[in-house]
Design a protein around this ligand. Structure first.
Ligand SMILES: C[S@@+](CC[C@H](N)C(=O)[O-])C[C@H]1O[C@@H](n2cnc3c(N)ncnc32)[C@H](O)[C@@H]1O
Length: 271
């Protein structure tokens, strides 16, 4: 376990040294995109409401019976978990959710798929990013899906379609009934094989305009390998690596198989 933390730290330092800010790119399209999604202080009046729900969840001591179908969490492998432990460990943090919101706002995708609803916090950010979109979000744990639906109702979000069930069975059905995936957030079952499989399935309904976000790309050796696989695909024109997650772009405007490590300008000590 100790070794695992050291390896992660080394990787983080390596990432920090190599990472560039939006000002360091020659391609104006990529530079502008990174500025818009990472630097721009573009807020939304509903973010406070969503974050208030996150705060409540972080104090919620209800115990849930979890059937975690994924690779699990590094924090706890137990079958019963409190809502607060999930809210404190398994959700995308505020800054990442804000980036999700700004990415949606940038591309205005209409068909959005999220794999891994959990308590519904990231889903809410996706939903406010483009109220005209339909966010289809999948969750395999009944208890979590139940809490997420309550949160969507508290937030009066009408553009979310919640699907309950294992990704392995639900994703093919969703894809069968959709013409085109504009945006996908893959945030569950972090194994190499599953991640590559979900990526390839979604790709069958994608084209140049599709944007995908993969979470936890450096979480394990398997996830690193899955990320390398994605980067090696000819249809992938550029990737943005934010260390905890990565954005996949298929549009040649953003590069010709170019892969960038990206950091916010305020965090880079030497510019
Ligand atoms: C990291 S959490 C999602 C967090 C959420 N996107 C957020 O940022 O607020 C991953 C979720 O995926 C679900 N999951 C993992 N593997 C799954 C599978 N094979 N089928 C369905 N759901 C799965 C888990 O139950 C868990 O709630």
């Amino acid at each position: 376990m100790y070794m695992k933390h050291i390896i992660k730290l080394v990787k983080l330092v390596e990432f920090y040294i190599k990472a560039k800010t939006y000002k360091d790119f020659d391609n104006p399209e990529i530079s502008q995109l990174i500025y818009n999604i990472l630097e721009l202080n573009d807020s939304h009046y509903r973010i406070t409401e969503i974050e208030n729900i996150r705060k409540e969840l972080k104090k919620d001591s209800r115990i849930l019976q979890i059937n975690d179908l994924g690779a699990g969490s590094t924090f706890s492998k137990s079958k019963t978990k409190s809502v607060k432990s999930i809210a404190n460990s398994a959700l995308s943090p505020k800054w990442q959710c804000h980036l999700l919101y700004k990415t949606i706002n940038e591309f205005l995708p209409e068909n959005i798929i999220e794999m891994g609803t959990s308590l519904g916090i990231s889903t809410a950010y996706l939903a406010i990013g483009n109220p005209r979109a339909t966010v289809t979000t999948i969750e395999g744990s009944e208890a979590l899906a139940g809490i997420a639906i309550q949160n969507f109702s508290k937030l009066r979000l009408k553009n979310i379609k919640q699907v309950y069930g294992n990704f392995d069975h639900t994703l093919p059905v969703i894809l069968e009934n959709i013409n085109h995936v504009d945006f996908a957030f893959i945030d569950g079952n972090h194994t190499k094989e599953a991640t590559i499989d979900y990526f390839n399935q979604i790709k069958t309904k994608s084209d140049e305009s599709t944007v995908m976000i993969l979470d936890d790309i450096h979480w394990s050796k398997g996830m690193e390998e899955a990320w390398e696989y994605v980067k090696s695909q000819e249809s992938v024109k550029a990737t943005l690596d934010f260390f905890s997650f990565g954005i996949v772009l298929f549009d040649r405007r953003y590069g010709n198989n170019e892969h960038y490590k990206v950091i916010e300008r305020k965090f880079k000590l030497w510019k």
